[in-house]
Design a protein around this ligand. Structure first.
Ligand code: 8YV
Length: 305
């Protein structure tokens, strides 16, 4: 069996995969270009993929008819053409569950950092700017008794709600198919936890941002294209909303340049699941899925269309 891994993954998962056959790991710590990816997967029975690897029909073709599984090291699978692969008999798997807490932690961390101006205060001190304490100095806003609106009440959305409730926020939800206007109107914090699909692309657009309170903040730890990033920059610059905490971007690794200039924006480079423990569990789960399929068993985490 040949297993192709598109970027470095934790050693424990490689050990598991090596028990199945020849493992080829791209040692580039960046996504392979489409041509490089097609070349790399030739002859693969399994592909272990991740964020920004576009796995479509051309990749399946390049791999060859023996390809049995694409195991994404992520809960999101918008990088994979699941319908086409599944119709060719290729199993697609993801890694739900193991990154729920890490991602919700980061989402809540972005919220606290934003509302208590933590990153801004850090920048002020590092810049050597003079400061002195007075009662009106660098005031943020409290979270207690505020309303958190969760768009996408899946595992991560519910884990965010749990953290918010512990901090005294009131939580309201909106699913993918329910109207989100009421939530946008009510919420002091809007946090996005829905997957990226054609239906959720630009779910937060100029019109949605106009509905939000001028005191509200937006948190995005799901996928950048769920938000129209240019409309968000407009809304922040014109003070239509009060701030944003963003871990994901519409055109990663690029960030809308206007966002970089704003103090009421906190930015992290797609760190939602980036803890040693979580990334190890994600890679092990992907390896388990590969092991299952290559040994003729049902994988734990099949993605269905
Ligand atoms: C992953 C993520 O680390 O799981 C997801 O969907 O967005 C991240 O937490 C990343 O996608 C790696 O493939």
């Amino acid at each position: 069996m040949r297993i192709v891994v598109t970027r470095r993954i934790p050693e424990a998962a490689l050990v598991e995969l090596r028990a199945l056959g020849e493992v080829r790991v791209s040692t580039q710590d960046r996504p392979l270009e489409p041509d490089e990816l097609r070349k790399a997967v030739a002859g693969a029975h399994a592909i272990v993929s991740m964020l920004h690897d576009r796995i479509d029909e051309s990749v399946a073709e390049a791999a060859g008819p023996q390809l049995r599984i694409v195991a994404n090291v992520a809960v999101g699978h918008d990088n994979i053409d699941v319908r086409t692969l599944t119709s060719r008999g290729i199993v697609v798997t993801n890694t739900p569950g193991v990154l729920t807490d890490a991602t919700a932690d980061l989402a809540f961390g972005l919220l606290l950092t934003l509302t208590r101006r933590i990153a801004e205060g850090d920048r002020l001190l590092r810049a050597g700017q003079p400061w002195s304490f007075h009662l009106g100095f660098m005031l943020g806003s409290g979270l207690q008794a505020k309303t958190l609106g969760i768009i996408g009440p899946g595992q991560i959305g519910r884990a965010m709600a749990k953290r918010a409730e512990a901090f005294g926020l009131h939580v309201v939800y909106s699913g993918r198919s329910e109207p989100k206007e009421t939530l946008l109107r009510q919420a002091d914090v809007v946090s996005l936890h829905c997957p990226l699909t054609p239906q959720t692309h630009h779910l937060i657009d100029a019109a949605a941002l106009r509905i939000m309170k001028p005191t509200a903040v937006l948190i995005n730890t799901t996928r950048g294209p769920v938000v129209d990033e240019s409309a968000l920059a407009d809304a922040l610059l014109t003070k239509q909303i009060a701030g944003a905490g963003l871990d994901v971007f519409e055109h990663e690794p690029d960030v809308e340049p206007r966002l970089l200039e704003l103090d009421n924006v906190v930015l992290t480079p797609h760190l939602g699941s980036a803890t040693v423990e979580t990334r190890t569990q994600m890679a092990l789960l992907a390896a388990d899925n590969v092991t299952a399929v290559l040994t003729g068993k049902a994988p734990e985490n099949p993605v269905r269309t």
